[in-house]
Design a protein around this ligand. Structure first.
Ligand code: ADP
Ligand code: MG
Length: 385
């Protein structure tokens, strides 16, 4: 869903500068979603029972597949959609009755939404003009904002004279120029090519670091989320599956969905035979047995095991307590710094092992038998996928 181009994309505040909201201790809550639900048709829930706290100064990413409720969540925060249940608090106050232009929130969308008839400087000045700031201050602030996005000297051009990446920088400058207490970005880099997108990711991250502004960022691109975020909320089907720092989500996914959606992942399916303390024994559908961390495992219930490719080795020299699964190498892909070795094991025809070039081990050849080895601590027994 996109906001119409004719609507001023920046919320307009009559309360002036939001500087007073800065410089507070880390971890303070800026936004709280409490039991928020949203249905558009009275039947299907686009967002279900959402409890979410957004901390001041953090870069929080809402990550999930298309249709998982990310934009709806952002639109409720911006005030363009109303929750059908629950409450959203901004700085401790319910904002249900606060219109979008009073929420002091900057916004950036995928389709720029610049005013085509205005120059770049006029576009960036817009949120300041509607706030009634003086000419001199507007000029100074616009210059500073354009400098921040590396568009010094572009003020007199029109949007049509800029590349896609430059237009998106203008949108970014316009969202930041009035010093909002919160900036929302909905897939802002989705229309850019890969190289420019990666460049802009770093730039947005840099702006976040230098301004200390709170950012809520929406993307379906897990690499983008890992690169940019302080925390990531993984959405699926209108609900948050897990919210944590990138490395914690990657290393300790709590559900099969998170394990599969974020980063590369090997799955093995089977039945939990026994749970002993933190670990469990699982009989794989292919017949072999492995030990795994019992994250979501119950005796006699089905489970899916998650294992990151870089946590698996091609075993010789196996240590006691390691899992070993016999298979056959089906493919070897050379990628310079590492090789990807696909091993066909019973129950998983493309089990992936990453062999770093620095391991100094010659990669095996397709067709050779291989033993995939991994530690029980690196293998997570999760909900059946
Ligand atoms: P995302 O941004 O994660 O792709 P959305 O929040 O846009 O997800 O959509 C969540 C669900 O709500 C989807 O099932 C979508 O079809 C539905 N939806 C979104 N916007 C509208 C709308 N304006 N009217 C009706 N249904 C909508
Ligand atoms: Mg969306």
């Amino acid at each position: 869903m996109q906001v119409a181009t004719s609507r001023a994309p920046d919320a307009v505040s009559s309360t002036g500068s939001a500087r007073q909201h800065r410089d507070r201790p880390e971890g303070e809550i800026l936004v709280r979603f409490s039991g928020v639900q949203k249905t558009y048709d009275g039947d299907h829930l686009a967002v279900r029972g959402l409890d979410l706290e957004i901390r001041k100064g953090e870069f929080l990413t809402l990550l999930g597949p298309s249709g998982s409720g990310k934009t709806t969540t952002l639109m409720m925060l911006a005030g363009f959609e109303v929750p059908t249940h629950g409450e959203i608090l901004l700085d401790g106050r319910p904002i249900t009755d606060v219109p979008p232009h009073r929420r002091d929130i900057g916004m950036v969308f995928q389709n720029y939404a610049l005013f085509p008839h205005m120059t770049v400087a006029e576009n960036v000045a817009f949120p300041l003009s509607v706030r009634g700031l003086g000419k001199a201050e507007i000029r100074e602030r616009v210059e500073r904002a354009l400098g921040m996005v590396q568009l010094d000297g572009f003020g007199r051009r029109r949007p049509a004279q800029l590349s896609g990446g430059q237009q998106q920088r203008v949108a970014l400058a316009r969202a930041l120029v009035f010093d909002p207490r919160l900036v929302l970005m909905d897939e802002p880099l989705g229309a850019l090519d890969k190289r420019l997108r990666e460049h802009m990711q770093i730039e947005i991250k840099h702006i976040h670091a230098t301004t200390g502004i709170t950012v809520v960022y929406v993307t379906h691109d897990q690499g983008e989320a890992l690169t940019m975020s302080d925390r990531i909320a993984v959405f699926n089907d209108g609900a948050i599956q897990q919210i944590d720092r990138p490395e914690a989500l990657y290393e300790r996914p709590a559900t099969s969905f998170v394990a599969n959606f974020l980063g590369e992942n090997n799955m093995l399916h089977g039945m939990v035979e026994a749970v002993e303390g933190r670990f469990c024994t699982v009989r794989l559908d292919g017949g072999q047995r492995v030990r795994a961390l019992a994250v979501r495992a119950e005796t006699c219930a089905r489970t899916s095991l998650s294992l990151r490719p870089e946590r698996a080795l091609l075993g010789d020299g196996m240590q006691t307590g390691t899992n070993g699964l016999m298979g056959t190498v089906s493919e070897v892909i050379y990628l310079g710094d590492h090789s990807r070795i696909l091993v066909s094991i019973p129950g998983n025809p493309d089990f992936m092992v990453k062999l770093p070039a620095s391991a100094g081990m010659p990669p095996p050849a397709a067709g050779e038998p291989a033993m995939v080895a991994f530690a029980p601590e690196d293998c997570r027994a999760l909900d059946p996928a």
